[in-house]
Design a protein around this ligand. Structure first.
Ligand code: GRF
Length: 229
C-alpha cells in the first residue's frame, strides 16, 4: 500500500504477520480496563499496533487518519477505531482544526498516554496541551540522526554501518523530544529500504511495548506529577 503523509508518499509496506494478529486476538479484554489506558494513532499496516495489542497493553482506542490496514488490526483485536480522515495533504490543510478533531475524539476514552505508531499526520499544539509530556513515538532511526519520514532511506544513503530505532517523547519539534529507549540495528550488505526497515520494525515491536509498559508504571507511581522527562 502506498499512502501520503506530511512528508510525502510512504514506502510500500508489508502486511502484519499472522502470529502478530493471533497475539492481538488473544489479548485478554480485562487488561484494557486498566486505569492507565492508552490511545494508539496509526496510518499504515499496523504491525507495531499489533505488537502493542499482543503485549496486552491497555489500548482503549485506535485513531487513524485514513482508511488503512491498522483499522483491521484494531478490529480483529476488538479495539474501537476512530477514523479522523484527513482530506487534504496540500497547503490548505488546517492542522489546528484537524488536531482539535483528534483531541475531541480521544476525550471520551480517558487515556493517560497517546502512542504514535506510524501516524502520517503531524499534530498541532492542542494535543500537547491536552496530554502534556504524555505523547510517545517510535522512530526508525537512531535519533537525533535521520529525523523525518524518510529516516530509513536517509540512513542507507548516508552509508551508515548501523541504524536502529528510537522511542521518544513527542514534542512540537518533530523527532526532537526526550529519548526514552534506543536499540541499534546493523545495516547489512545489499540492504534495501524495505529489508532494513523490516529488521528495524522487528526491534520496534519488542522495544516499544516494553518502553510503554515502563512509562505506564511511572505514571501509575506518580499520577499527579508531570512526567519525569
Ligand atoms: C514504524 O517503523 C515506525 O517507526 C514508523 O512507522 C512504522 C509503523 O509501521 N513511525 P507499521 O505500520 O506499524 O507496520
Amino acid at each position: 500500500m502506498t499512502w501520503m503523509s506530511d512528508q510525502g508518499p510512504a514506502a510500500t509496506d508489508r502486511a502484519p504477520h499472522a502470529c502478530e494478529i493471533a497475539a492481538a486476538l488473544l489479548s485478554p479484554a480485562s487488561h484494557r480496563d486498566g486505569s492507565y489506558r492508552i490511545a494508539v494513532l496509526a496510518s499504515g499496516t499496523g504491525t507495531v499496533l499489533a505488537a502493542l495489542a499482543g503485549a496486552v497493553l491497555p489500548i482503549a482506542v485506535v485513531v487513524v487518519d485514513r482508511p488503512c490496514e491498522a483499522e483491521n488490526v484494531a478490529a480483529r483485536a476488538g479495539i474501537p477505531v476512530e477514523r479522523i480522515e484527513r482530506t487534504s495533504f496540500g497547503a490548505d490543510f488546517d492542522r489546528d482544526r484537524y488536531t482539535a478533531e483528534v483531541v475531541a475524539a480521544l476525550a471520551p476514552y480517558g487515556v493517560a498516554l497517546v502512542v504514535m505508531a506510524g501516524y502520517g499526520t503531524i499534530l498541532g499544539s492542542a494535543i500537547h496541551d491536552a496530554y502534556p509530556g504524555r505523547i510517545v513515538n517510535t522512530h526508525p532511526a537512531l535519533l537525533p540522526a535521520f529525523k523525518g519520514w524518510h529516516a530509513v532511506a536517509d540512513a542507507l544513503a548516508a552509508g551508515v554501518a548501523v541504524s536502529g530505532c528510537t522511542v521518544h517523547v513527542v514534542t512540537l519539534e518533530v523527532d526532537a523530544g526526550p529519548i526514552l529507549a534506543q536499540q541499534v540495528v546493523p545495516v547489512l550488505a545489499g540492504d534495501s529500504v524495505t529489508t532494513l526497515h523490516d529488521r528495524i520494525k522487528v526491534v520496534e515491536r519488542r522495544l516499544y511495548p516494553e518502553t510503554i509498559r515502563r512509562v505506564l508504571d511511572q505514571l501509575a507511581a506518580a499520577p499527579a506529577e508531570t512526567p519525569p522527562w
